[in-house]
Ligand binder design. Structure first.
Ligand SMILES: Cc1ncc(COP(=O)(O)O)c(C=O)c1O
Length: 439
C-alpha cells in the first residue's frame, strides 16, 4: 500500500462509498481529455470526472489565471469588492438566457440549490417546493430534501413541504404511455398536483432540464415549455438546476436553451470553473433581483465570490468561447449519438440509449422485452457492472457507472479520434453484458 493510500484509508471519509471496500486509485496528472495514475497508466476521461471537467484537465490558461490571482489576492470577504467577481457575473449573465441578470455565488451545486430554496421562499412568501423523483440536487440538507433519488433516504426526515412528481423518462413511462400520443402526461400531471396542494402555497418547482445522474432523460420537446406555462398559471417560480446540463454539455450553453425556455432562477456549478476551484452560482431574473433592491437578501457565505474561484471562472468562460466548445459539443454530440445507436443495434443487452450534445447514457437490461434492468435500481450490483468497469479501465477508458447506466459525457474538447477510441472500448466491454444475459 502506498503512503498516500495508507493516509487516505486511515484518515479520510470519502464521498458516497463503503469506506472499507472502496478501491483506491491514485491519480497524479491530467491533460485535456486524459488523466493518468501513479503507474503511468493513461485513461480517456469519458465522463469528465462526473460530468464536470468540460474544457478538459489542466487547461494552461485556467491554471495561469489561478496562479495570477493567488499572487494578487487569495481571499477577501464578500462585503469587499474584487475585480474577478463582477467580471465573472457579467460573463454568466451574458450567456444565460432571457433576463437572468444577477448572480449570487456559492461553492457548489448543492449549496446553490440550498440557497435557491431559501431565496424562492423569501421572495414568494410561500413554503412548498416541487421536484422530481428521479432527481439529484445535492447533498446539503436542502439539496437532499428536493432530490427524489435514494441518496435522500438515509437523511430522512428532511425538509417539510416538498412535493414530488414523476419524470419525463419515456423508456419507463410512469403513465404506461409512449411518445408521441401520450399527451405529455409527465408535464400535465404537475398541474393536477399543484391544484391538490394549493398552488398559493408553492414557491417553486425545481428540475434538471436534462436529468443527469439518474439516467440522462432528454424530455420531449413539448415538456419544458408546458411546465413553464403551468408554473406561470399559478405564479410558481421555475428553477432550472443546470449543475450538470449547463455550460455546453447539451450542445447549447444551457439545457433550457434547447427548448427556448427561460427559468426564473438558474442554479449552476461544475462547468463554470469545472472544479479547478470549487464554485457554484444562482442566477435570478430581473424581477427577483429588483426585489432585493430595498429588502435584505437573507443568504450569505464567507466564501461567496471567492477570488481564486472567480478568476478560474473568468478564464474558463473565455475558453468556451475562444475554443468554440459549445459548437464542438453539438458536433461531436451527433457523432456520439450515431455511435450509441450502433451499440444499441449490435448489443442485445442495451435497452436504451439517450443523448443530447455530449451528455448521454446507455441503459443495460436483462431482456429487451421486459426491460428488466441488468443491475437493479439502487443496487447492489450483481457483479456485471463491476466487470464492465474493469474491462473499460483495462482498455484505458474511465466511464461513470451507476446501477444499470453507463454515462458517456466526455470533455467538450474531445476530438473524433478520442471519441472513437472510447466508443470502441465500450463496444468491446458490452460483450460481457451480452454474455451475461445469454448465459
Ligand atoms: C443536477 C445536480 N445538481 C446538484 C448537484 C450537486 O452538486 P455538488 O456536488 O457540487 O454539490 C449535482 C451533482 O452531481 C447535480 O448533478
Amino acid at each position: 500500500m502506498s503512503k498516500a493510500e495508507n493516509l487516505e484509508r486511515q484518515y479520510v471519509l470519502r464521498s458516497w462509498a463503503v469506506q472499507g471496500t472502496m478501491p483506491y486509485d491514485e491519480i497524479v496528472g491530467g491533460k485535456g481529455c486524459w488523466f493518468w495514475d501513479k503507474n503511468g497508466k493513461k485513461y480517456l476521461d469519458f465522463s469528465s470526472q462526473w460530468i464536470n471537467t468540460n474544457i478538459g484537465h489542466q487547461h494552461p490558461k485556467v491554471v495561469e489565471a489561478i496562479k495570477e490571482q493567488a499572487e494578487k489576492l487569495c481571499f477577501i470577504a464578500p462585503n469587499f469588492g474584487h475585480e474577478s467577481r463582477g467580471l465573472l457575473a457579467e460573463q454568466i449573465v451574458k450567456v444565460t438566457p432571457g433576463d437572468l441578470n444577477k448572480v449570487f455565488f456559492t461553492l457548489g451545486g448543492g449549496e446553490s440549490n440550498d440557497n435557491a430554496i431559501n431565496l424562492v421562499r423569501q421572495v414568494t412568501g410561500r413554503y412548498k417546493v416541487m421536484s422530481r423523483y428521479r432527481s439529484y440536487h445535492g447533498s446539503t440538507l436542502g439539496g437532499l430534501s428536493i432530490s427524489g433519488e435514494p441518496r435522500r433516504l438515509p437523511a430522512e426526515p428532511l425538509m417539510p413541504g416538498i412535493i414530488r412528481f414523476f419524470d419525463p423518462y419515456c423508456y419507463r413511462c410512469s403513465f404506461g404511455k409512449s411518445y408521441p400520443g401520450c399527451g405529455i402526461e409527465c408535464a400535465e400531471h404537475i398541474r393536477e398536483i399543484m391544484l391538490y396542494e394549493n398552488p398559493e402555497s408553492i414557491a417553486a418547482l425545481f428540475l434538471e432540464p436534462v436529468t443527469g445522474t439518474n439516467g440522462v432523460f432528454v424530455p420531449p420537446k413539448e415538456y419544458l415549455p408546458r411546465v413553464r406555462e403551468i408554473c406561470d398559471e399559478f405564479g410558481v417560480l421555475l428553477v432550472a438546476d443546470e449543475v450538470m446540463s449547463g455550460w455546453g454539455r447539451t450542445g447549447k450553453w444551457f439545457g433550457v436553451d434547447n427548448w427556448d425556455v427561460v427559468p426564473d432562477v438558474m442554479t449552476m456549478a461544475k462547468g463554470v470553473t469545472q472544479g479547478y476551484v470549487p464554485l457554484g452560482a444562482i442566477v435570478v431574473n430581473q424581477k427577483l433581483a429588483d426585489h432585493y433592491d430595498d429588502k435584505m437578501f437573507w443568504c450569505g457565505l464567507t466564501y461567496s465570490g471567492h477570488p481564486l474561484a472567480c478568476a478560474a471562472g473568468v478564464a474558463t468562460v473565455k475558453i468556451y468561447e475562444e475554443e468554440n466548445l459549445i459548437e464542438n459539443s453539438a458536433r461531436m454530440g451527433e457523432k456520439l449519438s450515431s455511435g450509441l445507436k450502433r451499440l444499441k443495434d449490435k448489443h442485445p443487452s442495451v435497452g436504451d440509449v439517450r443523448s443530447i450534445g455530449l451528455f448521454s447514457s446507455i441503459e443495460l437490461v436483462k431482456d429487451r422485452e421486459t426491460r428488466e434492468p441488468l443491475a437493479p435500481w439502487n443496487g447492489p450490483d450483481p457483479g456485471i457492472m463491476a466487470k464492465i468497469n474493469h474491462c473499460l479501465r483495462d482498455k484505458g477508458v474511465y466511464v461513470y457507472i451507476r446501477w444499470n447506466y453507463l454515462f458517456i459525457a466526455p470533455p467538450l474538447s474531445i476530438n473524433e479520434e478520442e471519441l472513437n477510441f472510447g466508443l470502441e472500448a465500450v463496444d468491446q466491454c458490452l460483450e460481457l453484458a451480452d454474455q451475461e444475459i445469454q448465459a
